[in-house]
Ligand binder design. Structure first.
Ligand code: FAD
Length: 452
């Protein structure tokens, strides 16, 4: 049997290598560090954390807690390393970053099925292979990926708008409507009169932002300008941009409002809403404070905060199949997006490059890619993680063709999971029920994977 090539020894590549090797597949893992560093990595260790040393909440009834539980049940190396090197951090799981990366490096080096090569890969590898080169993929390999997908499919920056839990919106203050009535009731509108807009505007322009890093060239952001930067261009700029009220009269009075914030449903069940045009660099605490001034959002619960940062990722709905294999020759258009059925051999993509966001989410896509690739090489049937699990929901999100034309990366949040059969009003009870359902499904997936 041939060897599995994995490019990138970050969180996803390390997890993929470990999972495939544990299934009995021989792996060659290519990592360019320390020969060549990225703008954020500092060592030659595998699984280096580039920024925070926190792997987010460890509480069982949070989305990140659920993801950790699923990864742990799947014998994740990254979770094993995190538990072994954890440091006190309240309800979060934080690690000693050097011990964490050293642990991962030593475990992979000692594995009989894994060979580690220190080299920058500059061309697409021969299949079977997994590309897990992350948000700072080296330029030569990024160019090679773009060449294969044959379109503007590879993005270099994220411009993410916040997502709100539908249950936290005050529906007495908002209304469904599309601009000029075109397109049905696709948008939820938050109307503002002049004094409300002025209060919001002042808070927005006075709020604190996160500074861009040296390698995050702000010129690139012209096309996806942060809402707070756009606001600084003039008091009425937003009213002629994302907050324009024309074509959205208030249904009760027929009046044209001073400004309107639009929310777009994130899924068919309308359990989560995206704030249209609200990509932002504001600190999370400031997003809470300022965006809760918008009528209807006074109690908003943020499933995802807005952000803008350097990030290489593929338009996965168009370029990956359901088992994370790369497709080629797709086409995109403003109104439609077509997915190619042509698979690029058995070349899989994992980690942040797939359009998930965050340490654990990247690990999860590494875990799945490692299992998918190894099972294919061993001639075992494909196993699909159920969409009501955290891992399955992330996979479903990044491969959902409906998102092709406007794909944005996502972290794990409960809004990605399908709603429960029975609506539960109490938020804590709802989260507990989602977690219980997910873990039951994930155990089923694990049994299928374990039984070959
Ligand atoms: C500046 C910055 C700060 C971040 N902060 C956080 C944070 O605080 N919390 C969080 O959850 N997420 C954060 N992220 C996102 C984070 O990078 C990812 O969540 C996670 O590290 C991605 O895992 P990965 O395995 O996909 O990529 P990485 O962990 O980046 O691993 C990719 C690996 O591939 C290697 N590589 C790249 N190109 C090649 C090549 N051509 N040949 C060989 N090897 C190559 C790299 O050296 C690297 O080791 C941050 C990202 C950036 C860029």
């Amino acid at each position: 049997m041939s060897r599995l090539t994995i490019i990138g020894g970050g969180l996803a590549g390390s997890e993929a290598a470990y999972q495939a090797a544990c299934l009995g597949v021989d792996v060659t893992l290519y990592e360019m560090r320390p020969l060549r560093l990225t703008p954020a990595h500092k060592t030659g260790l595998l699984g280096e954390l580039v920024c925070s040393n926190s792997l987010r909440s460890d509480l069982a009834d949070t989305a990140h807690g659920l993801l950790k539980a699923e990864l742990t049940l799947a014998n994740s190396l990254i979770m094993e390393a995190a538990r072994a090197t954890a440091i006190p951090a309240g309800s979060a799981l934080a690690v000693n970053r050097e011990e964490f990366a050293t642990y991962i490096t030593n475990r992979l080096k000692a594995h009989p099925h894994i060979r580690i090569v220190t080299e920058e890969v500059t061309a697409l590898p021969a299949p079977p292979a997994i590309i897990a080169t992350g948000p700072l993929t080296s330029d030569a390999l990024a160019a090679a990926i773009s060449k294969v997908t044959g379109d503007n499919s590879l993005y270099f920056y994220d411009a993410i708008a916040p997502i709100i839990d539908a249950d936290s919106i005050d529906y007495d203050l908002v209304y469904y409507s599309s601009r000029y009535g075109k397109g049905g009731d696709d948008y939820l509108n938050c109307p503002m009169d002049e004094p409300t807009y002025n209060r919001f505007y002042d808070a927005l322009t006075e709020a604190d932002s996160i500074a861009a890093r040296d390698f995050e060239d702000v010129k690139v952001f012209e096309g996806c300008m942060p809402i707070e930067v756009m606001a600084l261009r003039g008091k009425d700029t937003l009213r002629f941009g994302p907050l324009r009220p024309v074509g959205l009269p208030h249904p009760r009075t027929g009046e044209m409002m001073h400004a309107v914030v639009q929310l777009r449903a994130e899924n068919a069940q309308r359990s989560a809403f995206n704030m249209v045009g609200f990509q932002t660099r504001l600190r999370q605490s400031q997003q809470q404070r300022v965006f809760r001034l918008i009528p209807g959002l006074q109690n908003a619960e943020f499933l995802r905060y807005g952000s803008i940062h350097r990030n290489t990722f593929i338009n996965s709905p168009l370029y990956l199949d359901k088992s994370l294999r790369l497709r080629c020759g797709c086409t995109t258009g403003s109104t439609s997006a077509k997915r190619s059925s042509q698979v690029e051999g058995d070349i899989y993509v994992a980690g942040q490059l797939t359009g998930v966001e965050g340490y654990l989410e990247s690990t999860a896509m590494g875990l799945l890619a490692g299992i998918f690739a190894a099972r294919q090489m061993l001639g075992l049937p494909h196993v699909d993680p159920p969409a009501d699990t955290a891992c399955g929901a992330l996979l479903a999100y990044i491969t959902n063709i409906d998102r092709g034309a406007s794909f944005q990366p996502s972290n794990i949040n409960f809004g990605l999971l399908p709603p429960l059969d029975k609506h539960i009003r109490d938020r804590n009870q709802k989260k507990q029920a989602l977690v219980a359902r997910a873990l039951q499904s994930w155990r089923g997936f694990q049994r299928l994977n374990d039984n070959g």
